[in-house]
Ligand binder design. Sequence first.
Ligand SMILES: *Cc1c(COP(=O)(O)O)cnc(C)c1O
Length: 452
Amino acid sequence: MEFVSTRGGGEPVSFTEAFARGLAPDGGLYVPRGLPALPQTILVEDALPYAALAWDFLSLFDGDHDSEHLEEIVDRSYGSFSDTMNAPLQQLDDNLFVLELFHGPSLSFKDFGLQLVGSLFEEQVERTGIPINVLGATSGDTGSAAIHGLAGKKGARVFILYPEGRISDLQERQMTCTGADNIFPIPIQGTFDDAQAIVKELLGDLAFKEKLRLSAVNSINVVRVLAQCVYYIHAFTQLPPDNRDDVNFVVPTGNFGNIFAGWMVHQMGLPVDRFVVATNQNDILHRLFTTGEYKPGEVHPSHAPSMDIQIASNFERFLYYHNDEDAKATLAQMETFRKDGSIRIANFDASNFTATRSTDADILKNIRKVKERYNYIVDPHTACGFQDLDPAATHIVLATAHPAKFPAIIEKAIGETPTDPSLESLKGKKQVRHPVEASAAAVRKFLEENAI
Ligand SMILES: *Cc1c(COP(=O)(O)O)cnc(C)c1O
C-alpha cells in the first residue's frame, strides 16, 4: 500500500516511510492511496483476540515488514494492557454500550496509537542503527501515552513539553515517575499553545531537526489513525447479533483523530449508521457539522481538557476523502483556511455524522446520570458522549480515559473518587522533571545538551 499527501505534493511513499516522516513534505498529511475493502471474514461473529485483529488489519497497509515481523511488533504493542480484551465492550442497557479504551499503560485511548508508534520507532532504530530523539508537546494524555510507548527503549530519547500547573497531578506523575532515564518531561511556564509553538518552531528548523535526528510525536502520524481503526472493528464484533443493524458510535472529540479512524473503517465496509461527534464547550466541530463552516475560535479551558482544541488537524484527512481523494481541491481549501482563518465547505455532506456539545455543567450532570442509572463511572471526556442520545438506537460510547485520571471532577459530580492501582502506585514515587524557560532558544539548548 502506498501513502500520499492530502495536498498532492511529493512522491507516494511506503508505510514505513509515511510513519518515519509524520508530516508530508508539502505540509499535508499522509493517507492511504485508495482505501482497501475490509475482508468480510474480519466481521465474523466471535471477536478475535485484539492483537490478531490488529495484525489482520494492519497487514492491509504495511507492505514493508514481513508478516511474522509485523505480528511480533503488534504483539509487543498490545501485550501490556491490563484487560485481556484490550478494548472490552460493556453493556449498560438493551442498546447502550461503552467501549472501554482505557486499559493501556497510561489509561487513555491514546495508548492504542502510541504503543504501536513506540514499537515501530524501536524497530526503526534496530533496522537502521540510527538513534532518534522524539519531541512533542502535550496537554496531558498524548505525552504520557508517548512516554509509555518509549520508556526504557534503547536508541530513543523522549522530550515532552507541557504547561506547568495546567495538567492534572496524576497526568504529570505518569510522565515524571517512569524511572526510565531516556525520558525527559519538560514543564514550561505558559499554555499548551506556547509549548506547541516551541515544538513547531524547532521541528520546522530542518537543519536542527536533521542534526539531532528529531522525530515528532503528534496526532498527525497516519499510523496512529490506522491503529485506532482496529478497536471499531473489535467493538462491532463484540456486539450481540441483534444490535448490529443500526450501530451509532459516539466519540468524545478534539483533534478529530479518533472519530476519523472510525469513519475510515466505515468507508472500508464496517456497517455503521452514524458517528456522533461529541464536543465540549470548544465546539468548532459542532458548528462545522451543523453549519458546514469550519472556523476556529478561542480555546476555553474545560472539565475535559484533552478536547480543549480549536484546530482539529485530522479534519484535513476527512476533507480529502470528502473531496473524493482530490488533493488539488484539498490544497485549495487549506490555502483558503490559512488566508481567511475559516472555510465554508461547499456541498458539505454530513450524513454520516451528528454532533453534540457539552458544557462543564453538562459534563457533571452526565457523570451523575450514568452513575445513577447504570452504576457506572465515566471520566469527564467520556461524559460528553452521554449528551442528547436517541434512546431508540444502538449506541456505542467510546470511553476515552479512565475516570481515576480525573478524581477532582468525579468527586465534584458524585461525591466519590475512583482509583486505579497503577495511579496509586505513582503517588509514592520520585518525580524527575526538567524545567526549561518557555522559549525556543532555551529548549533548543536543552535538547543539544541531552539528545542521544
Ligand atoms: C485526546 C483525547 C480526546 C480527543 O481525541 P481526538 O482524537 O483528538 O479527537 C478525547 N478524550 C481523551 C481522554 C483524550 O485523551
